[in-house]
Design a binder for this molecule. Structure first.
Ligand code: GCB
Length: 578
């Protein structure tokens, strides 16, 4: 699925801005920004914690000359179920809150007149959407009749609404629907293999370097562009070429351009190779989360985040726990930050060994169908980003359950079929000997919180426990390992010596001890700290206005440990033979 971009043959009308908004039971509309989560915009606690349907509405105009074109309406993401109406006609529906969807609306619009778009968004979580949840009616003497709660088992607030831009764009009647590129290296040249999806037949494909010089050209619907002495894309040194695709048909002349990178990725033995060099992941699990905006796209925050990643010496992050916006991936391509892209499969775990998750009525065949569909949509959206170097199919699922094995075998097999070029991982928090799934993936990602959730407050256990644990993973699977989460809550401004939990000292000392172990283990190919910044969660007795494991505050200011990491990561190269 192509990102909507302007060219000589395409126009894009961005409907971002102020929309009218109401909840299902409310007759009156209020003003609501799009994109943004609706939760933190007003002073109304009922809206902050609202569960159910909401309606967004806006008017727009379509010029008469657009009659000659196809007109598409595209929603970047709306959490979690959506229906889109144009002038009262249902034009599309979508399930899942973190991927785009679109519909051709040419026959539903009034040319040269006002049009109305309405989007219904429902944030109720069920067991057949990812991430899952369930609306429970509580029937006991302590609660009034009909009292409901939305239960979910992931650790971030269920921000809701239209989170990414809504745009209208045009194409010629016959147009470039999609394309994909795969890059390969041989000696001093690179092969850029492309294929175009279109009803048209005559194409010209041109690859230009940064100075706009043509470096390769071809004419088929699919083909190979050969680049002599290619400049490669890699973390820290992200060279981008511009690919221009032209559909050369008289009445259907179409042009689409995208910056692409030439690079290879593969796993061999203990190593994660980018351009055949052993890469070491330094970075974070992140969130799309910021004050007031919630999960709404904000390029101010996004560019600040990339500047902070550069400042601290990070070279990668994981899109924990869902696909991030396309805008973020374009920035990752440009800043040279490698991305492990994760499916929104989080919360597939009830944290109670006596309660099965992979069972009929919870994570079952319907969930699997949706998960497979998500992998298709995700790969279709992001296959051409050089920054995306691995897929993560889930975070901390109950992979020790029997039902998890067949479920994830299917998800991983489908992911590999869709994209044989990128390694696949699943992020685990089980013991090495208990998971039934890690044998199917290429890279082992593990999350560990020694001295935090276990032996709370006792930093002295870290070295012993972590080393033993990681060695066991390597002995069993012989695959490269990334420590994909470790960290401690630290409330900015809380200090103590000796270090006590929740202080900046404790967070720093914990992270220091963890990375000390990683340095000794040659099969460990990366360290991702949990989390880049403090973020909002649902309210609970273990969360102090959200999760405070950020190395930066929610307002993107450094805590003590940020300086330690900056120092460490500036000395650790991106590529090295461990
Ligand atoms: C985890 C989860 C992450 C949580 C984190 C924590 O293992 O993957 O979503 O936020 O722990 O802080 O508890």
């Amino acid at each position: 699925m192509l990102y909507p971009k302007e060219s000589e043959t395409r126009e894009v009308k961005d409907l971002s801005g102020v929309w009218e908004f109401r909840t299902e039971s409310d007759k009156n509309y209020i003003l609501m920004p799009v994109p943004a989560s609706f939760n933190d915009i007003t002073q109304d606690i009922n809206l902050r914690d609202y569960v159910g349907r909401v309606y967004y509405k806006k008017s727009f105009f379509i010029p008469v000359y657009w009659k000659e074109r196809n007109i598409f309406l595209r929603v970047g993401a709306a959490a979690h179920f959506s229906e889109v109406y144009v002038n009262g006609n249902l034009v599309t529906k979508h399930k899942g809150g973190f991927l785009p969807f679109e519909a051709e609306i040419s026959k539903f619009v009034n040319y040269g007149q006002e049009n109305i778009i309405e989007i219904m968004v429902d944030n109720t979580l069920t067991w057949d959407v990812l991430p899952p949840g369930e609306l429970k009616v509580i029937e006991d003497e302590m609660h009034p009749k009909g009292y409901k709660v939305l239960n979910y088992y992931f650790d971030f607030f269920n921000y809701s609404g239209i989170h990414r831009p809504v745009v209208i764009y045009t194409t010629p009647k016959v147009y470039i629907k999609d394309f994909s590129v795969i890059t390969e290296l041989s000696n001093n040249s690179a092969l850029v293999k492309y294929s175009i999806e279109s009803e048209g037949n005559n194409f010209q494909v041109i690859l230009r370097d940064k100075d706009k010089n043509i470096v390769a050209e071809n004419f088929g619907k699919s083909g190979v562009l050969e680049v002599k002495n290619p400049k490669l894309w890699e973390p820290g040194n992200p060279y981008l070429y511009n690919l221009e695709i032209k559909l050369l048909e008289k009445d259907n002349f179409d042009i689409y351009r995208m910056d692409i990178g030439i690079r290879t990725v593969r796993v061999e033995g203990k190593q994660f190779l980018i351009n055949e060099k052993p890469f070491y992941f330094k970075g974070f699990g992140k969130h799309e989360d910021s004050d007031i905006r919630g999960k709404g796209l904000d390029q101010v925050i996004n560019i600040k985040d990339f500047n902070l990643l550069k400042w601290i010496g990070a070279n990668s992050f994981r899109t924990s726990h869902y696909p991030y916006s396309e805008e973020i991936l374009f920035l990752a391509d440009q800043y040279g930050i490698a991305v492990i892209e994760e499916a929104p499969a989080v919360g597939l775990n009830l944290w109670n060994r006596n309660e099965k998750v992979f069972t009929e009525g919870r994570v079952d065949g319907k969930t699997l169908e949706h998960h497979l569909e998500i992998m298709r949509e995700l790969i279709a959206r992001d296959k051409n980003h050089p920054s995306v170097i691995m897929w993560s199919v889930a975070n901390e699922a109950a992979t020790y359950e029997d039902g998890a094995e067949e479920y994830f075998r299917r998800v991983i097999e489908e992911t590999r079929r869709l994209d044989p070029t990128r390694p696949i991982t699943i992020v685990e928090n089980t013991k090495a000997s208990e998971t039934k799934v890690s044998k199917y993936v290429d890279v082992i990602c593990v999350n560990r919180y020694y001295s935090w959730y276990t032996d709370s407050g006792d930093l002295s256990v870290i070295e012993y426990q972590l080393e033993r644990d990681l060695r066991e993973w390597y002995e069993l699977y012989r695959k490269p390992i990334i420590l994909s989460e470790f960290g401690a809550d630290a409330i900015s401004g809380f200090h103590s010596d000796p270090p006590l939990m929740f202080t900046e000292e404790y967070q720093q000392e914990m992270i220091k001890r963890f990375v000390g172990v990683l340095d000794r283990l040659d099969f460990v190919v990366g360290e991702h700290i949990w989390n880049f910044a403090d973020f909002m969660t649902k309210q609970s007795i273990t969360r102090v206005v959200g999760n405070k494991k950020g190395v930066f505050t929610r307002n993107r200011q450094p805590k003590m440990v940020a300086h330690f990491l900056k120092e460490r990561w500036s000395k650790l190269p991106d590529f090295w033979e461990k």
